[in-house]
Design a protein around this ligand. Structure first.
Ligand code: ADP
Length: 262
């Protein structure tokens, strides 16, 4: 099923969570970005179009401004993201540069999606970049995102961006193989749910556990994002981004995941 979905999709939007982008040392894992860029470049040369939604600004910021690590104040967290966003994008830029692809940064907030004028501009920019072979990399604009106007998690941001771009497929790469009947970090015997046709029904049959150190939304926001995307006809895959050559292996049927069918 996953193989077929990826094969049939031309416009694919891919989201990486912070836990996937951070290495064991807590810094942005540049080798991981390079490995992904290598795979994405091959897919694009075969006619796929790719948009990335990348978390990780705070992780990247922390490795520079480590003295801010204990500051929980919202302004410091926003400042940390402002520092880290530059490094995150620089890492993505260097990763794709090796394959002669340019990247572009798009920072969005919830308000942008609610304003028809802004939405139109966002769409036009996205389409122009993609038509020109540039890879848009989207993140939430943390500097202006106070609680009231925040999307709050990049799973939802990815789903909304997928709808905006009329994507064919949304892939959420996390640090987990997919949706389980209970949190596998707490229950090693948990079972992977490989296909979801009725999301409302599945919600009643699973337990949602805690998220990890850098994670923001946890599995709950992934379910909400999938629900939003499938309501617009966009099937969604949740899979492990930390496995070797995850995108390629998913496409070739060598890696499992959860498919939420539209
Ligand atoms: P990301 O940083 O990729 O967005 P999060 O840490 O926010 O990821 O969310 C993924 C985490 O959600 C998993 O690592 C897992 O520990 C937790 N989780 C809780 N309940 C479940 C469940 N039923 N199935 C899968 N993961 C779950």
């Amino acid at each position: 099923m996953i193989t077929q979905l990826i094969k049939d999709a031309r416009k694919i939007i891919i989201k990486f969570g912070s836990n996937t982008l951070a290495g064991k040392d807590g810094k942005i894992n540049f080798d991981f970005l390079c490995e992904f860029a290598d795979q994405a470049a091959a897919f694009m040369k075969n006619g796929k179009q790719i948009v990335i939604v990348s978390s990780g600004a705070q992780v990247a910021g922390l490795s520079t401004m480590d003295k801010w690590a204990r500051k929980k104040d919202i302004h410091y967290r926003q400042a940390l993201c402002a520092v880290g966003q530059v490094q995150l994008m620089d890492a993505w830029r260097r990763a794709f540069e090796q394959h002669n692809f340019h990247i572009a940064q798009i920072l969005l907030t919830r308000e942008d999606f609610n304003d028809p004028n802004r939405t139109l501009n966002m769409r036009n920019t996205l389409f122009t970049l993609i038509d020109e072979g540039v890879i848009p990399i989207i993140n939430e604009n943390d500097t202006v995102s106070v609680e009231e106007i925040k999307i709050g998690d990049n799973d939802t941001l990815a789903a909304r961006s997928a709808i905006l771009w009329s994507a064919d497929l949304l892939i959420l790469f996390s640090d987990i193989d997919g949706l389980y009947d209970k949190n596998p970090k707490e229950f090693p015997q948990a079972t992977l749910v490989e296909e979801v046709k009725d999301l409302e029904a599945i919600r009643k049959n699973i337990t949602i556990g805690d998220t990890n150190s850098f994670g923001t939304g946890g599995i709950a926001t992934k379910l909400d994002a999938a629900q939003l995307a499938i309501s617009y006809g966009i099937s969604t895959i949740l899979a492990h981004g930390g496995k070797p050559r995850c995108f390629e292996n998913l496409a070739q049927g060598n890696q499992k995941g959860t498919v939420f069918l539209a």
